[in-house]
Write a protein that binds this ligand. Structure first.
Ligand SMILES: NC(=O)c1ccc[n+]([C@@H]2O[C@H](COP(=O)([O-])OP(=O)(O)OC[C@H]3O[C@@H](n4cnc5c(N)ncnc54)[C@H](OP(=O)(O)O)[C@@H]3O)[C@@H](O)[C@H]2O)c1
Length: 239
């Protein structure tokens, strides 16, 4: 199994790479030329580092990159700077998910591949009509309007939910929804739910980035766990 990870240089992505390296998996990452990555990665033969800007890549190039990959993970997200939040590319995550899925379809793998997308609990799973309060809906609508990364996260998940769907012969997916991200340096107990158990706006929970990475890695490596969550948008909270 070879796994392509995008957003690998981010706070969660780094944990995911380390988790999969310690399980002896072969990994490819696409990171920006300016990305800050650990020196140890440079000498790791299990890790193939591609320096480039995913938002400038075309489908031919991506098809070549993914030609030997059978699992995919995105921890991409907009940097929390004015340029990252309000500048281009505003559809960073959506376009990357779409590009990778188009490349997978072109490659037409023999068996369906896995795609794990890191998303947000601020996004609803409209496949299962999650109930939220009117006040929550109003706040999210304002966030969507004023903060472009919210719309990007929603569109990225919608691409998998609606365009790839539940019965794609070559792509299976899980969209992971953490609540407020915090940093911890070891994996702790965490809970998984098909939908949020409290309002992400009015009563937010906490999720460690390392726990998100752990769950993403387990989904990629454990087919039973994958079967349980395939085509869903599990919410992950620290216990
Ligand atoms: N903050 C929260 O509480 C929260 C809660 C739930 C979900 N989330 C979601 O989770 C995502 C990941 O969280 P995180 O803390 O791990 O994020 P992070 O540390 O900011 O990592 C973001 C990743 O995306 C890459 N990236 C950013 N802009 C890019 C661009 N224009 N082109 C290519 N790559 C780009 C970064 O690359 P560089 O290293 O090159 O910058 C980095 O690898 C968030 O962005 C958000 O959507 C956040």
């Amino acid at each position: 199994m070879k796994i392509l990870i995008v957003g690998a240089s981010g706070a969660t992505g780094k944990f995911l790479v380390d988790e999969l390296l310690s399980a002896n998996k072969e990994i490819k990452i696409i990171v920006r030329p300016t990305a800050n990555i650990p020196d140890t990665w440079l000498y790791n033969e299990q890790l193939h580092i591609i320096r480039g800007n995913i938002s400038e890549m075309k489908v031919d190039e991506m098809t070549e990159i993914i030609s030997d990959c059978n699992a995919f993970a995105s921890c991409l997200g907009h940097n929390l700077t004015l340029k990252g939040v309000f500048g281009k590319p505003q559809k960073l995550v959506t376009d990357a998910v779409q590009l990778i899925c188009e490349a997978i379809s072109r490659k037409n793998p023999e068996k369906a591949v896995k795609f794990v997308l890191m998303n947000t609990v601020g996004n609803q799973n409209r496949d299962i009509k999650e109930q939220v309060s009117i006040a929550h809906k109003i706040v999210i609508a304002m966030v969507r309007f004023f903060i472009p990364p919210q719309a990007d996260n929603e569109k990225a998940a919608d691409f998998l939910r609606l365009m790839v769907g539940q019965n794609h012969p070559k792509i299976e997916w899980v969209v992971i929804r953490p609540d407020s991200l915090i940093n911890e340096y070891s994996v702790t107990d965490y809970r998984l739910h098909p939908s949020p158990i409290s309002s992400a706006i009015f009563n937010p929970g906490e999720t460690s980035r390392i726990n998100v990475a752990h769950f993403m890695a387990q989904l990629i490596m454990d087919d039973d766990l994958w079967g349980k969550w395939k085509g869903q948008m599990p919410v992950i909270y620290n216990k």
